[in-house]
Design a protein. Structure first.
Length: 250
């Protein structure tokens, strides 16, 4: 593993702001499938059917069952060493921000305090009519399931996630962009980095002179601009990176 790579030690020595951009590969070792792998979500299902407004309007029950299964699965899994390592990094830098495309809440459960959920959360619902948003871990699939608890509108409750064709939550994206601009070190982990606008974040960080580290089992479009590529499983590499940081910053 190339922890001797030129520039890494200096970057760790002087960094104040660490920004971490994650995708589903970071949760793979917790047992949650990625999206585009051979056995990923999009190999089994059509994204347009399950993760779009039109799909929801055509088959709300199918869409809800899919999200409730994913919510249940996320509750049954545990953060893995990749998530814990990111939480550990909070001990060494003034500011650590995670911008995640994941909706499984595993970063928060591992102890990361500043998590920007770019694609929403499996654990919130929202009303399409009155736009009320609420924490939702326990909803059961019943006849009155789709009635908004706030405005009582029927067939209006949906998961608070970003679907195909929808914009990202404005304030969260703007803050992620600002944090990417201010990053001294920017880590990209477990994402194919092909879904925009989230995937612009590493480029923004690089343009603003961040030291860019990529952690992935496979090459991605980010590999060619990364200052350091660590090839392998996030849950195996990240604890080693924390050791390197601890040795330099203690
Ligand atoms: P992808 O399935 O596109 O990419 C997962 C990435 O993780 C790939 O580059 C894998 O090589 C890598 N990977 C797999 N296992 C890994 C491991 N153990 N350690 C390190 N890397 C590993 O998933 P995302 O990039 O998260 O959006 O996908 C981005 C967005 O596309 C998702 O948020 C979702 C999807 O459409 C929405 O639903 C809006």
């Amino acid at each position: 593993m190339d922890f001797q790579k030129q520039g890494l030690k200096e970057a760790i020595e002087i960094a104040k702001n660490l920004v971490i951009f994650t995708g589903s590969g970071v949760s793979a070792e917790s047992g949650i499938p990625t999206f585009r792998g051979n056995e990923g979500y999009w190999a089994q299902f059509s994204p347009q059917q399950l993760a779009s407004e039109d799909g929801y309007l055509d088959h709300p029950d199918i869409v809800w069952k899919w999200y409730l299964e994913r919510r249940q699965k996320a509750l049954e899994t545990r953060p893995n060493p990749a998530h814990s390592s990111f939480a550990d990094m909070q001990d060494f830098f003034e500011k650590v921000v995670i911008a995640t495309q994941n909706i499984d809440k595993l970063h928060q459960r591992a102890g990361s305090l500043d998590v920007l959920e770019l694609h929403g959360s499996l654990f919130r619902s929202k009303c399409r009519n009155c736009e009320n948003v609420w924490d939702d871990e326990n909803t059961k699939f019943t006849d009155d399931f789709h009635i908004c608890p706030s405005c009582s509108s029927p067939r209006s409750v949906r998961p608070d996630v970003v679907w195909f064709g929808e914009p990202l939550p404005y304030n969260i994206l703007q803050r992620a962009i600002k944090e990417a601009e201010d990053a001294d070190i920017f880590i990209v982990a477990g994402t194919s980095a092909v879904v925009y606008p989230a995937a612009q974040l590493p480029y923004i960080a690089k343009q603003h002179m961040a030291f860019l580290i990529e952690i992935n089992t496979e090459p991605t479009p980010i590999t060619s601009i990364a200052d350091l590529t660590l090839r392998g499983k996030a849950g195996e590499i990240l604890p080693k990176l924390v050791d390197v940081i601890r040795n330099i910053r203690r």
